[in-house]
Design a protein around this ligand. Structure first.
Ligand code: AMP
Ligand code: GLY
Length: 424
C-alpha cells in the first residue's frame, strides 16, 4: 500500500515509524515531515493545511491511504475532499471534526446525549456572557469556541478575571474569529486523563490509556504547552474507570453522531477530568494526542496500518489490538523560550549515538537539516521515548537518552510520569 501521512511533528514521526514496520506497506510519504521523518519516509514539501495540494498529490501518486496527523486538515475538510475523489482517509469528515473545531457544538451534543460534562452556556454577546459569569460566580472557565492553537481556554479564579477573559476573547479578539462565540463552563476539579479510541462509526476500540503533562515546568507549574511529556498506561484509568468511560462517553458520542447522520472514522480522543462524581468530558480531539501517541505506539504490538485499514473499511469489530505490558514514557525536549517565542537553527548533538538504541526511539518534532546537521526548527524539538520493565525503568531509560542529547538553551521537565511513579 502507498500511504501519505500529513504533518511534521513528534506524533507524525511516531506514526511513520510504526507504519514503516507494516508488511502491507510499499511506499510511505510524509508532508511536510521533519529531519527524523525524512529517514523513514519520502518528504513532500506541502503544508499540512494546503488541502488542495495534498489532494492533488494523493490523486497523482495513487495513494491508498491518507493519514492526517493534526486537527487542522480535518476541520478544513480534507477527509470530505479525499472521499469526493474516491480516496481513503483515516480521519473524520468535517462535520465530525467539529467535535474539536467547535466547543459549542460539542457541549450541545454532550448535553443532548446525556454524556457527563461540566455545566455551561454559550454566548455571542459579551454583555450576556459577563452577566452569566456574575450570576454563577468563580472559579469558572472561559473558552473561545473555535480553534485557537490550544490557547483559547482561560481558567479564571475570580469573576473579574472571567469578565476580563470575555473582553479579551470577544472584544479585543485576541484569538481572532475563534472568539466570536464563547463557552462559559463549570470549573472541574480532579485528575486529568487522556482516553483514546479508534472507531469506524460503529465499533469503538479503546487504545492503551495515557496521560500527558501540559504545563511547561516541573511540578505542573508554568504556562500551558502542547504537552511536555506523556506515559502509558495511566494508573488513574483503572479497569472500572475504563469501562465507565467506554459506556458513558465513547460509545454514546459515536452513536450520537451517527444518529445525526454523521459517521466518525478515525481516532477519537477524550480529554477527561476524573472528578469525585466520576469522569467528565473537558474536550474532544479528533486525532491522536501529541505526545501521547509516541508513548502509546511504542506499546502497540500489532500492525498499525491494518488497524487504520479496518477503521476506514468499517471492519474494526474483527480486530483486538495487543499491547506490550511494559510501560512507555516520552520526554519532550523543547527550544529555549517555548511555549513563548523561541529560537530556531540551534545545532543538536548526541543523536548519532542513539541510532542503535534498543529500548527507545528519539522522535523528532521540530527539526530540520542544515548542511548535514540536525538543527532545531520548532518549539517542541524532540520526543525521547523509552520502554522499560516497569515505570521506573522506562523513566530511567528515557532520561539517560535525554541526558545524552544537547543544544543551546534546551529545556525539558525532569518529572515526567511523576503521578505513575507515586501510585506504583
Ligand atoms: P483544553 O484546551 O480544552 O484541553 O483545555 C486546556 C486545559 O485547561 C485542560 O487540559 C485542563 O487542564 C484545563 N481545563 C479545561 N476545561 C476545564 C474545566 N472545565 N475545568 C477545569 N479545568 C479545565
Ligand atoms: N497532548 C494533548 C493534545 O494532543 O491535545
Amino acid at each position: 500500500m502507498r500511504v501519505l501521512v500529513i504533518g511534521g511533528g513528534g506524533r507524525e514521526h511516531a506514526l511513520v515509524w510504526k507504519l514503516s514496520q507494516s508488511p502491507l506497506l510499499t511506499k510511505l510519504y510524509c508532508a511536510p515531515g521533519n529531519a527524523g521523518i525524512a529517514e523513514v519516509a519520502e518528504i513532500v514539501a506541502i503544508a499540512a493545511d494546503d488541502i488542495k495540494a495534498l489532494v492533488a498529490f494523493a490523486r497523482a501518486e495513487k495513494i491508498d491511504l491518507i493519514v492526517p496527523g493534526p486537527e487542522l486538515p480535518l476541520t478544513l475538510g480534507i477527509a470530505d475532499a479525499l472521499e469526493g475523489h474516491g480516496l481513503r482517509c483515516f480521519g473524520p469528515v468535517a462535520a465530525a471534526a467539529r467535535l474539536e473545531g467547535s466547543k459549542a457544538f460539542t457541549k450541545d451534543l454532550l448535553s443532548e446525549c446525556g454524556i457527563p460534562t461540566g455545566f455551561y452556556s454559550t454566548f455571542t454577546d459579551p454583555d450576556e456572557a459577563r452577566r452569566y459569569v456574575r450570576e454563577v460566580g468563580a472559579p469558572i472557565v472561559v473558552k473561545a469556541d473555535g480553534l485557537a492553537a490550544g490557547k483559547g481556554v482561560l481558567l479564571c479564579s475570580t469573576v473579574e478575571e472571567a469578565e476580563d477573559a470575555i473582553d479579551r476573547t470577544m472584544r479585543s479578539r485576541v484569538f481572532g474569529s475563534a472568539g466570536d462565540k464563547v463557552v462559559v463552563e463549570e470549573f472541574l476539579e480532579g485528575e486529568e486523563a487522556s482516553f483514546m479510541a479508534v472507531t469506524d462509526g460503529q465499533t469503538v476500540l479503546p487504545l492503551a490509556s495515557s496521560q500527558d503533562h501540559k504545563r511547561a515546568l516541573d511540578g505542573d507549574r508554568g504556562p500551558n504547552t502542547g504537552g511536555m511529556g506523556a506515559y502509558s498506561p495511566a494508573p488513574v484509568v483503572t479497569a472500572e474507570l475504563h469501562e465507565q468511560v467506554m459506556a458513558e462517553v465513547m460509545r454514546p458520542v459515536v452513536t450520537g453522531l451517527a444518529d445525526r447522520g454523521i459517521r466518525y472514522r478515525g481516532v477519537l480522543y477524550a480529554g477527561l477530568m476524573v472528578t469525585r462524581e466520576g469522569p467528565k468530558v473537558l474536550e474532544f480531539n479528533v486525532r491522536f494526542g501529541d505526545p501521547e501517541c509516541q508513548a502509546i505506539l511504542m506499546r502497540l504490538r500489532g500492525d498499525l496500518l491494518e488497524m487504520m485499514n479496518a477503521t476506514v473499511d468499517g471492519e474494526l469489530s474483527t480486530l483486538s489490538p495487543q499491547w506490550d505490558e511494559r510501560p512507555a514514557v516520552c520526554v519532550v525536549m523543547a527550544a529555549e523560550g517555548y511555549p513563548g517565542n523561541y529560537e530556531k537553527g540551534r545545532v543538536i548533538s548526541g543523536l548519532e549515538d542513539l541510532r542503535e538504541w534498543s529500548d527507545g526511539v528519539v522522535f523528532h518534532a521540530g527539526t530540520a537539516t542544515d548542511e548535514g546537521r540536525v538543527v532545531t526548527a520548532g518549539g517542541r524539538v524532540l520526543g525521547v521515548t523509552a520502554i522499560g520493565s516497569d515505570i521506573d525503568a522506562a523513566v530511567g531509560e528515557a532520561y539517560r537518552a535525554v541526558d545524552a542529547i544537547r543544544w543551546e538553551g534546551v529545556h525539558f521537565r525532569r518529572d515526567i510520569a511523576h503521578r505513575a511513579l507515586r501510585q506504583r
